[in-house]
Ligand binder design. Structure first.
Ligand SMILES: [Zn+2]
Length: 507
């Protein structure tokens, strides 16, 4: 739908802001304010925030574009997004929340927020709910439109205080911009007097496994399809949130939100339909883990029989995925690759700033032996970091900056920090100083690797890699390593998550 230009006098005033973090409560990776800004420092505000996101595949980018289309005045008090990691430092949350609250307090007709939905801070298990609670205390009546990640763990404070909620309908998340449009258009329709958003929401006591949440796969494909059907049938926004299970908080897990135009009974019925559909398929969200030795043998067999030029066998080190809060420095899967003697491998990536500095000091072409990875202990799951001694040659050094080609987060800037390509002769290992997940071919271009030409590609990723690389792969082998994204729910030793909950309990 195309909204007609919005004309009234004085112009509508909007506050547009972003506060995005998926918190893995087991992760030892700290989350200070600097993690919310590409390159460190403070997150961008005002014109700098607009420049960072206009024209990109982001929800906040869509908010800005919609505001400009309807001729609204708007302010962007902050645009803060961080890669997943441990609980957000209180000082970072207070900085971001204060910027947003101050802007709302200055007066506005509507608020558009690009949030994640699974933020845990040092003091609040529901970061987004705490933000909305504060905004509502300042502006009890102002309409608030919220875009959320599909991995949101929805709490009452968030669901009750928002006027409109729209969640991503794809995983990998290639519809962030469309999600911003869905939330933004519904809110603008209300402000223009053309709609009365009515929201129903609910949860089911289930923890879908992240490896089973991709929207190429059942049952999430069908759940998200049903959401789109509801929107085609008149819902303003329909969303199923599969939740993020590597968070030991009361309301981790699956939820749904449906927003209709003034029909509370229909919103309730559709929301319950989505929840019942998910519950009926709960067994399909359980992930069966293959032992690492079996995965390695399968990968070698696949490579032995694959036709020439058919693309790499992709090995997913899914226990250490940085986009789920992994340290990106566990060496279990990469160690198995080295031990098995696999040849013609690209590995993306190992987080080890100290190793990069040693390679910078040694220089391009230098040959050296390094203790690689394993610098971070993971006390929340009872693991010590275990570096692995690796000998190789420094092939390339760079600043690690690249702009996504898409389809996920198209146009957004990424910063791996000082980056090195370390070559053992058989395995080319990308070593980075800031966390990024390899979901975009631009990350490989930045270090001179053409992944489609390799025999094997190891990725520290779960599902997002599919966005940029799935079409190149000959085959995919999911490899269970070690890390805070472990697929073993028993290792997570949940204490706070509500019980009973499936599949921890047989309900
Ligand atoms: Zn997500």
């Amino acid at each position: 739908m195309n909204d007609p230009p919005f004309n009234r006098s004085p112009p509508m005033k909007l506050v547009i802001a972003q506060m995005k973090h998926e918190t893995n409560t087991y992760s030892p990776v700290p989350t200070p304010l600097a993690r919310f800004a590409v390159g460190g420092g403070e997150p961008p505000e005002g014109d700098a925030a607009r420049a960072a996101y206009i024209g990109t595949g982001s929800a906040i980018g869509a908010f800005i574009e919609l505001a400009e289309e309807v001729g609204a005045e708007y302010t962007i008090p902050i645009a803060a997004a961080a890669w997943p990691s441990g609980p957000v430092h209180d000082a970072a949350f207070e900085h971001i929340a204060a910027r947003i609250c101050d802007a709302v307090a200055a007066g506005c007709d509507g608020v558009l927020l690009d949030l994640h939905g699974a933020m845990v801070t040092q003091s609040h298990d529901d970061g987004e709910g705490e933000l909305l609670r504060r905004v509502r205390a300042i502006a009890p009546e102002v309409p608030i439109g919220v875009a959320l990640d599909m991995h949101a763990n929805l709490y009452d404070d968030c669901a009750r205080r928002a006027t409109v909620i729209a969640g991503y309908q794809t995983y990998p998340h290639i519809d962030m911009h469309e999600t911003g449009q869905r939330a933004g258009r519904a809110l603008l329709a209300q402000l223009a007097g053309r709609a009365r958003p009515t929201l129903a929401w609910g949860r089911k006591p289930m923890l879908p496994h992240v490896m089973r949440q991709g929207t190429d796969d059942s049952p999430n494909r069908e759940l998200q399809l049903r959401c789109r059907e509801m929107e085609a049938d008149g819902a303003l926004c329909a969303s199923v949130f599969v939740g993020f299970p590597n968070a030991d908080i009361e309301y981790a897990g699956l939820s749904a939100v449906v927003v209709t135009d003034g029909d509370a009974a229909l919103a309730r019925r559709w929301c319950d339909d989505l929840l019942e559909m998910a519950w009926a398929e709960r067994a399909q969200f359980v992930y069966e883990v293959e032992p690492l030795a079996a995965s390695m043998a399968r990968a070698q067999a696949l490579a032995a029989t694959k036709p020439a030029a058919s693309g790499p066998v992709v090995l997913l080190d899914h226990s250490d995925n940085c986009a789920s809060g992994g340290t990106m420095d566990t060496m279990t899967v990469l160690g198995a690759i080295l031990d098995a003697g696999l040849d013609d491998v690209a590995a993306f990536a190992v987080y080890d700033p100290a190793a990069v500095q040693r390679m910078i000091a040694a220089g391009i072409g230098a040959r050296l032996t390094l203790p690689l990875g394993g610098k971070l202990d993971m006390p929340a799951i009872g693991l010590k970091g275990e570096p692995r001694s690796v000998t190789g040659k420094v092939r390339l050094l760079c600043d690690g900056r690249y702009r996504n080609r898409g389809p996920m987060a198209r146009g957004e800037l990424n910063d791996m920090g000082p980056t090195a390509l370390f070559d053992t002769g058989k395995v080319q290992i990308v070593v980075i100083s800031n966390h990024v997940e390899p979901h975009d071919l631009a990350a490989f271009a930045a270090v001179g690797i053409a992944p489609e030409t390799k025999r094997f590609v190891m990725l520290k990723s779960r599902i997002h890699w599919r966005a940029g690389l799935r079409s190149l792969a000959h085959a995919v082998v999911e490899c269970a390593g070690t890390g805070v994204c472990t697929s073993d729910y028993a290792a997570l030793r949940f204490r706070k998550v509500r019980r009973p909950i499936y599949p921890l309990d047989a309900i």
